[in-house]
Design a protein. Structure first.
Length: 178
């Protein structure tokens, strides 16, 4: 009987260890702020669908996450509203950009030109996905930018923490542009 309990204990430990190696876990608020501001800077300064030349005075950021913005064919995972602390931290981290940050609940709150869909006041809309940590110490974040109906794009960014700083090291999966 002892051998049976011992074997069951080993099986239990193996199952638990397997569960511990789950692909995703919840990031800290400080990591969330650092990761999201890094992704926003990447998409605003380099991946704006205009070759990194578009510099808009207003950056509308949607509070709710949406994982489908990187790959519209994916099923939406649980959307979360970024906490007030995370929003304030991101806004503070973006002060060196030549843009003002406006948080909105949805893109419906942003005025668009009725003919072109161009964001009013030369703005852009940024939508972020959930942060998904990988066992390798990497994080994945879907993000999109919307300027107008035929000026938008999205992808999923890969980030790694190097010397205490989160940096974009690549992308994965589908990349789309309109």
């Amino acid at each position: 009987m002892r051998k049976l309990y011992f074997l069951l204990a080993i099986v239990f430990v193996v199952i638990q260890l397997g569960g511990c190696s789950a692909t995703f876990s919840k990031p800290t608020e400080q990591d969330s702020i650092a990761i999201y501001q890094t992704v926003i800077k990447q998409i605003y300064q380099h991946d704006d669908t205009f070759g990194g030349t578009l510099k808009n005075p207003t950056l509308y950021i949607i509070r709710a996450t949406d994982d489908t913005v990187g790959d519209p064919s994916l099923r939406q995972s649980n959307s979360v509203i970024l906490s007030e602390t995370v929003q304030l931290g991101i806004t503070s981290a973006l002060t060196n950009l030549s843009t003002s940050v406006v948080w909105v609940d949805s893109s419906d709150q942003v005025s668009l030109d009725s003919d072109t869909g161009l964001v009013s006041d030369e703005g852009v809309i940024i939508t972020l996905g959930n942060i998904k940590y990988k066992n390798s110490g990497k994080a994945l974040v879907a993000a999109s930018i919307y300027v107008a109906r035929l000026a938008a794009g999205g992808k999923t960014y890969i980030l790694e923490k190097k010397d205490g700083v989160w940096i974009v090291t690549g992308t994965t999966g589908v990349e789309w542009i309109s």
